[in-house]
Design a protein around this ligand. Sequence first.
Ligand SMILES: [Zn+2]
Ligand SMILES: [Zn+2]
Length: 345
Amino acid sequence: MKALVYKGPGQKAYEDHAKPELRDPTDAIVRITRTTICGTDLHILKGDVATCTPGRILGHEGVGIIDAVGAAVTAFKPGDRVLISCVSACGKCEYCRKSMFSHCTTGGWILGNTIDGTQAEYVRTPHADTSLYPIPEGADEEALVMLSDILPTGFECGVLNGKVEPGATVAIIGSGPIGLAALLTAQFYSPAEIIMVDLDDSRLEIAKRFGATATINSTDGTAVEQIMAMTGNRGVDTAIEAVGVPATFEMCERIIAPGGVIANVGVHGKPVALHLETLWDRNIAITTRLVDTSSTPMLLKIVGSKKIDPTLLITHRFKFDQMIEAYDTFGNAAETRALKVIIEA
Ligand SMILES: [Zn+2]
Ligand SMILES: [Zn+2]
């Protein structure tokens, strides 16, 4: 089969690779019909993710058709259409019993990281019964690819951890796919204001179409002042950090209102200054989280009911043999205006 293989920092190849085989009785082999590329894959390619070693097939998002199941798999059979969660969960360990699947002792985020991933014709998915979801009859498979990772990440790490409430003022720093996923799912709770901040006007335009009540281009360095002016110098009740660099986290520290929550979603590679000298008396909370995908069953219903349309995030479509082109397009988002790309078998 063909697969996109990480070859070490800065290097990748779309090449022939052995088809995966069942290893444990709880495994399934899934034939991938649609996958996508994540910002995390670009982090790996930069050499930022030490757990992912050269030779690994990348990708942790996708939908497909069950090709084979191990003897202990009872929920799925060959031919079933499934959504693959970016997080594998055994369902039995101490963390899984707390619905903290991201820290499953034999799972978590392993696909396309410590085991071969979904940017391939076939993938081995461990703990199949508790890590795959049946695709409802008539569902839009492209929409469901957005449920492997970005929708639950924006919702769980940003909206749920950020305690978005009716009437609240929310700022989302970063209008990429994850920030936009937080914007879409924050609206479940009817906040009064959602202010989107980014450096790119075209992404802010999309944010407006997705329901942002205000947008700020932070290129000139006045975003904090503008947010404070918009909120009567109060700040925001929820600040969602969806970039992962020190400047954006520190922006959240400056705009958070008394009693507010800073919900970090971004993947940080550098230390960030914690300004306790200004925050110690402000009754705030700071949260961090790796997505658990515990909200996936709910999100499947919401998308099925057309309450939100995650296909709005899809800007480009490719075939499997255009994998390298798909990476070039996604990796050069400032020019190509790519948000999410769909790669089809
Ligand atoms: Zn991802
Ligand atoms: Zn577990």
